[in-house]
Ligand binder design. Structure first.
Ligand SMILES: [Zn+2]
Length: 101
């Protein structure tokens, strides 16, 4: 997985190309992610119980993690992360600005 939960990502292709959002959920088993405000599907919901309201709900549907790219919170650019060892711990750094992300 190139992204993790709470990462900010930019969409590389599809109808939401160029949009940014926060990763709400990463699913390594399927290689998919759910990104806030991206890949929205509208579902028509029928009331299941009496008294419950039906209607239209909008929710994010999972998309392939390969279609998004991490955005560096420091410089705001889409980047692949590099790794470096700092004080004995492996940290992720931005390839563009070198900041720990
Ligand atoms: Zn950066």
């Amino acid at each position: 997985m190139n992204v993790k939960k709470n990462d900010t990502v930019v969409v590389l292709s599809g109808k939401d190309k160029g949009k940014k959002g926060k990763v709400l959920e990463a699913m390594p088993a399927t290689g998919k992610v759910i990104v806030e405000g991206i890949n929205i599907a509208t579902c028509h919901v029928k009331p299941k119980k009496q008294g419950e309201e039906g209607g239209i709900i909008r929710r994010e549907i999972p998309m392939y993690a390969s279609k998004v790219m991490r955005v560096c919170p420091k410089c705001g650019k889409a980047t692949r992360e590099a790794f470096k060892v700092e004080n004995g711990a492996k940290v992720r750094v931005c390839k563009k600005c070198g900041e720990t992300i």
